[in-house]
Design a binder for this molecule. Structure first.
Ligand code: EZ4
Ligand code: CO
Length: 402
């Protein structure tokens, strides 16, 4: 079965997505997510100008060899632009192989290790009592795990707190929004949220928090210690994740579990985090970490060191990525948790899928392949609009990690 076409589809049903559809001479097609939030067209150019010519005429069944060819064969390796492009090709080829075999992809990965995928939802609020109430709404909907974020008084645009109720979408149309950050004000305010969440809702569910790369190692260590009484499931991205040795310092000071990896795109960028047991959960995703083939390799390494998966699943990871994540999560022995923000109905209409949410869990569908597709006619109704992620500055105007 040979590849006859690689279509790159850009669509914006409420937010931007890049999707590929690989077409074969046997009529079987496969889809892959290539969305890089805020830099979408860089991946589109890499796919259309550089990868597509390499793929036409190739055997669609040779998934591993194609991955090696696109990665090792490229000389310039890794990075946030090339890896989602390779990921999309890889994901689409798994989809094709599953359809050709008449099996859901998780069967090709060794079969189901579990019946359902525990997810966590995003509770948020502009004040502590608002977030506490929002956590209650998630628990009432059956969630077993909830991430809690609250605005820091006096800071504009705190990460994780949206203006439109249910969904937090950090990207905005036009040039980047600028937000103000102050670590001392955050550290003084944040622990109050978790004290209040536990006081009101108790300890019978998993509580998570995303620091979003803002702290220095010693600040992160102090936050971890301050949150120990609240028995967090994890604190996420306490420090910028490219600095692997920073996590050693955090580890030396606190037993609060640590997660990182949503911006990590290769096994080489989390090798020491895993083998030195500096983290508890690795958040690499199908789209940003080189597809099912490479994510599976990262999770196999992680399994050896007792590190569990906790894949990124914000709404900028499309339903195609989420479908692929459901298959990986179903199969791997060391699944931990899956981030889940429901996509909007207009996004779901562009990407019909068979996975479903039920009582705090995602359930794989039984369709052959990934069980997700892109409706290209519906996609064409939502033209691309350039958008950026925000930029953070300290009060003195200097640039900080967003
Ligand atoms: O900021 O996906 O845990 N989730 C996150 C996300 C990221 C966005 C960036 O595109 O950190 O909200
Ligand atoms: Co995050």
């Amino acid at each position: 079965m040979n590849i006859t076409d690689v279509r790159v589809i850009v669509t914006s049903p409420g937010r931007n997505f890049v999707t590929i559809k690989i077409v074969t001479d046997e009529g079987i097609t496969g889809v892959g997510d290539a969305t890089l939030n805020g830099s979408e067209l860089a991946v589109v150019a890499y796919l259309t100008e550089h990868l597509r010519p390499l793929l036409l005429g190739r055997d669609a069944g040779r998934i591993e060899e194609t991955w090696q060819y696109l990665y090792r064969g490229a000389y310039w390796r890794r990075g946030p632009v090339t890896m989602p492009a390779i990921a999309a090709v890889d994901t689409a080829l798994w989809d094709i192989k599953g359809k050709a075999a008449g099996m859901p992809v998780y069967q090709l990965l060794g079969g189901a290790s579990r019946e359902r995928i525990m997810v966590y939802g995003h509770a948020q609020g502009t004040a502590v009592e608002e977030t506490v109430a929002d956590v209650g709404r998630f628990l009432a909907r059956g969630y077993r795990a909830v991430r809690a974020q609250v605005a820091v008084p006096g800071l504009s645009g705190t990460y994780g707190v949206g203006s439109d109720g249910d969904r937090y979408e950090p990207a905005s149309i036009g040039l980047p929004e600028e937000t103000v950050w102050s670590t001392p004000e955050y550290l003084a305010h944040a622990p109050e949220l978790f004290a209040e969440v536990r006081r009101v809702h108790g300890y019978g569910f998993h509580l998570l928090h995303d620091v979003h790369h803002r702290l220095s190692p010693i600040e992160a260590a102090s936050l971890g210690k301050a949150l120990e009484p609240y028995r967090m499931f994890w604190i996420e991205d306490p420090t910028p994740s490219e600095d692997q040795s920073a996590f050693r310092l955090i580890r030396q000071h606190t037993t609060t579990p640590v997660a990182t990896g949503e911006i990590i795109n290769s096994i080489f960028d989390c090798q020491w985090l895993i083998t030195e047991r500096l983290i508890d959960y690795i958040r690499t995703s199908v789209v940003h970490a080189g597809g099912i083939t490479h994510l599976r390799r990262i999770l196999a390494l992680a399994e050896l060191y007792g590190v569990r998966s906790g894949s990124h699943g914000a709404t900028d990871l499309s339903p195609v990525c989420l479908a692929a994540a459901v298959h990986v999560n179903t199969a791997v022995p060391n699944f931990g948790i899956q981030e889940y923000m429901p996509h909007t109905p207009e996004t779901d209409a562009v990407f019909p899928h068979s996975y479903r949410f039920d009582n705090g869990h995602l359930m794989p569908g039984g369709d052959p392949g990934l069980g997700v597709d892109i409706d290209e006619d519906a996609a064409a109704e939502h033209p691309y609009e350039p958008a950026y992620l925000p930029v953070a500055r300290l009060r003195d105007g200097s640039v900080h990690d967003w």
